[in-house]
Every structure is written in structure tokens, then in C-alpha cells.
Design a protein around this ligand. Structure first.
Ligand code: ARG
Length: 271
């Protein structure tokens, strides 16, 4: 089946001040050095790849006191131009939410909701045509799901994450086609009940295996045709091609030391 790319608008933040000085997920080991120039090059490759594919990339100014700010997906969720701000679970990232809200205010967004409950933006919210899929268990509060449903007026499906390596929904599930309801995910990251929900709502989903999940292969961004994903997730390439997608392997190895990859670095500005 032929696939068509839809041009997108993304918000990214350069890894100028990226460091691993604390550990809030199992990927982060402060004793492992980060090669900052390499991280910068890898991030620029991603940014340039989006632009080469015809997408718009907006930039958020990095702050020296916020070393995880490169993971821009966590700072908000935007649907139909309406912005649900983030509220971070950990003190270390708390102030990123305000930096994002300030960016939205300065860039013409008028409907900006400052949340009551902890939610880490697109880290835990994934948007398909019919639903907002929402992760909980490690970061976002289950109460944030009701808050998101009320704000966006879309059905929010809560999903329980059970494996600390997959602490955000976007480490275990990725939307491939948001004009429909096509996703890929790693079942092992979810509770048995949540697996049944996913199987019921998405019977045709691409199911990822353990090795590709462990390479953070589900931390992918699709424009409806091109699927940018970590290059080590080689087992996903053929299944994606078989569905008419074009895998675009990216190397974000330095950012993986913070527990993030392609999707974590990319917030989509919808509408
Ligand atoms: N070090 C960051 C954290 O643990 C990584 C965030 C990754 N972002 C994502 N959308 N999964 O919060």
C-alpha cells in the first residue's frame, strides 16, 4: 500500500548543556562520560533530516541548569494548536515545563493549560486518529489522563507501564500513521490488562521484539511515510517496509545515555 508523508512542525532543543549527572531512569549512569560534541552532531543530523524531509523544526533555547532539556517531547502535548503543559515527576526537570510554556506564549499559542497533575508531555501521551494513548506507572499520574481527556475532548486510553527500562510510553510504543490508528509497540513493557487493551484496539499493530525494544527502537517518529528510529533497531526495518513505510535509521547513541532517542528529542506541534 502506498504511504504519503504529511509535513509536520516539530519543536526541538539543542543538547548544548546535555549531561548525565543524576539518574532518574535505568539508562542513566552518571559514571559514564558523555561525548558532548558527538551528541551535538547526532542531534543536528536528526534536525537536518527532518528539514530535508520537508518538515519545520522550531527551536527552544537550552538552559545550562536543565541538562535533560534536549528531550523536548516531555515539555508539552499539542493537539489542534491547544497546548497541555507538562508537570515533571522529578525535581531535576521541573523547570523545563515553564520554559516550554514561555516558548508557546511567545510563539502565538493562546490556549495553554498549566496542568494540576504530573504529566511528562509526549513522553506519556501518544496521539492517534481516534485516541490519546497515555502511559502511567513511572512518571505521568493516572490523574493526568482525565485532565488530558477533559482538555482535548478526545478519548484517553490509560496504559500501565511495568518495566522500568520503558518508563515513558514513547519508549515502548510509537504511532506510525496518525491519520489512522496504526502503531507499533513492545508488549513486554505493559501490564497484562493493558496488553489486552492494545490488542483489542490495534489488532493490526506491528509488534516489536525484545532486542529492538532494548535498542529503544520504539522511540521513533513517523511522518506517515518515513519512520525515523534508532539505527540499532534493525529488526523493525523489514516489517516497516512490508507495511509501506521507509525506515530512516538514526544514530543518537550519546543521547541514549540519558535514556532517550529520536522521539524523546522531538515534540510535535499539531494544528
Ligand atoms: N533523562 C530523561 C528522563 O529520564 C530522558 C527523557 C526521555 N524522553 C522521552 N520522551 N522518553 O526524564
Amino acid at each position: 500500500m502506498p504511504r504519503e508523508a504529511v509535513s509536520r512542525r516539530y519543536l526541538m532543543c539543542a543538547p548544548t548543556h546535555f549531561r548525565v549527572t543524576y539518574s532518574i531512569n535505568p539508562w542513566m549512569d552518571p559514571s559514564k562520560p558523555v561525548d558532548l560534541p558527538l551528541a551535538q552532531t547526532q542531534w543536528e543530523d536528526l534536525r537536518d533530516r527532518y528539514r530535508a524531509l520537508g518538515h519545520t523544526v522550531e527551536l527552544l533555547d537550552p538552559r545550562p541548569d536543565l541538562p535533560d532539556m534536549v528531550f523536548a517531547a516531555n515539555g508539552a502535548t499539542v493537539i489542534d494548536g491547544r497546548v497541555l503543559g507538562a508537570r515533571f515527576a522529578y525535581r531535576e526537570r521541573y523547570e523545563e515545563a515553564g520554559a516550554h510554556r514561555a516558548w508557546f506564549r511567545a510563539n502565538g499559542f493562546t490556549e495553554i493549560h498549566e496542568p494540576d497533575h504530573v504529566n511528562e508531555g509526549e513522553g506519556d501521551f501518544a496521539v492517534t486518529a481516534s485516541y490519546v494513548l497515555a502511559g502511567r506507572g513511572f512518571r505521568s499520574s493516572p490523574l493526568s489522563h482525565g485532565e488530558a481527556q477533559e482538555f482535548f475532548g478526545r478519548p484517553v486510553i490509560g496504559l500501565d507501564l511495568v518495566d522500568p527500562r520503558y518508563y515513558h510510553l514513547d519508549t515502548a510504543l510509537s504511532v506510525l500513521d496518525d491519520a489512522g490508528d496504526e502503531i507499533m509497540y513492545y508488549p513486554g513493557a505493559f501490564s497484562p490488562g493493558s496488553r489486552s487493551v492494545l490488542a483489542r484496539l490495534f489488532p493490526d499493530a506491528l509488534i516489536a521484539g525484545e532486542a529492538d525494544a532494548a535498542a529503544l527502537g520504539l522511540n521513533a517518529v513517523s511522518d506517515g511515510r518515513h519512520v525515523l528510529l534508532p539505527q540499532a533497531a534493525t529488526g523493525l526495518f523489514d516489517p516497516l517496509r512490508a507495511r509501506g513505510f521507509e525506515p530512516v535509521p538514526m544514530d543518537l547513541g550519546e543521547l541514549l545515555k540519558g535514556g532517550g532517542s529520536v522521539k524523546c528529542c522531538t515534540q510535535e506541534l499539531r494544528g
